[in-house]
Design a protein around this ligand. Structure first.
Ligand code: 2GW
Ligand code: MN
Length: 297
């Protein structure tokens, strides 16, 4: 009886534990119409994925802008990244700031490195936003291209809360904006004026991607930033600014150049937003900020 009991118990544990892993999720869509994975908790085995990527000895670049008062977000951003972001991989942080002396010193684990790159300050978001694409582009040309395989460009007003690992790696990676994953495309805040190069007609669009994260192979992100920057400048020359600045240009770019991997909103939540039942883990989220405190005007 003891033997039979043990076998039944093991069978039960096996079924519940492993079948869930093998079957993935049935409550969310985990593949795009162009067959790119949409990464949700339960759709991948972290150990298996790590075993594939770890032997490649990869370096992952992370760019983050901390201009003006936004330097105050760096400490939490970096400390939580050390706990959760690409643990066990080579990571190179590139911190762009006008206040290099205010960059906190954070203890980095082995194999992780941080460079501070001084950039001009600005009071205008439009300028910071446009320059973000330009600075990523030129820094890839100058050094990142030689120093890393993959790159993630992230908003600094954020924290990591749980694993963000090798499951996020891909040629071109975007994240579904947490505010719009349950909405239909006509509700997406794409740029709707045909005069803008970011224009998307009402009957087009796959997802609404968040501007707080762009990732992928260094060369793919390079092309993305170059194209978005050029279009941003072209719009500016025509005195038009897209509805959500570079986020609008990013969405236009990704409509024409489909991401090879899409991250679920687990990878870009917002602290003011209550967790929904589809979101089993919040991995990265935007913190609540007092706009009067952090923004220049
Ligand atoms: C300056 C004036 C107004 C708003 C922001 C800033 C500002 C931004 C700044 O003074 N200093 C600074 O370092 N930033 C950087 O730009 C910083 O890295 C920040 O995380 C990023 C985006 O600004 P943020 O976080 O205030 O904007 P969100 O959270 O509303 O961003 C979403 O929408 C933006 C487009 O309007 C972008 O696409 C962004 O990527 C999205 O997450
Ligand atoms: Mn932000």
């Amino acid at each position: 009886l003891l033997i039979v009991g043990t076998i039944l118990l093991l069978g039960y544990v096996y079924f519940n534990f492993f079948s869930e892993r093998l079957n993935g999720r049935t409550d969310v869509v985990s593949v795009t119409p162009w067959l790119a994975p949409i990464v949700w908790e339960g759709t991948f085995d972290p150990v298996l994925v790590d075993n594939i990527y770890k032997p490649m000895n990869l370096t992952v670049a992370t760019t983050v802008f901390a201009i003006g008062k936004y330097v105050r977000f760096l400490q939490d951003f970096l400390e939580t990244a050390e706990k959760h972001f690409m643990v066990g991989f080579h990571v190179r942080y590139y911190v762009f700031t006008d206040r290099p002396h205010d960059v906190p010193s954070v203890n980095l684990s082995q194999g992780r490195h941080l460079s501070v790159i001084q950039v001009p300050g600005s009071n205008r978001w439009q300028e910071i936003s446009a320059r973000r694409m330009e600075i990523i582009q030129t820094t890839i040309e100058r050094q990142i291209r030689r120093e890393a395989d993959y790159i993630f460009c992230l908003d600094v007003d954020s924290k990591f809360h749980a694993r963000w690992g090798s499951e996020s790696l891909g040629r071109l990676v975007a994240v579904i904006h947490p505010g719009y994953y349950e909405q239909t495309r006509d509700r997406f805040p794409y740029e709707r004026r045909p005069a803008s190069t970011a224009y998307i007609p009402m009957d087009e669009g796959d997802y609404y991607y968040g501007g707080a994260m762009i990732g992928g192979f260094v060369e793919d992100v390079y092309t993305l930033t170059k194209v978005c920057r050029t279009r941003f400048e072209e719009d500016a020359g025509n005195s038009i600014e897209a509805a959500w600045q570079e986020e609008s240009h990013l969405n236009r770019y990704l409509l024409d150049n489909k991401p090879s991997k899409v991250l679920s909103p687990e990878y870009l939540w917002q602290d003011f937003k209550a967790k929904t039942k589809e979101v089993k883990v919040i991995r990265f989220s935007g913190v609540i900020k007092n706009y009067a405190d952090v923004r220049p005007n």
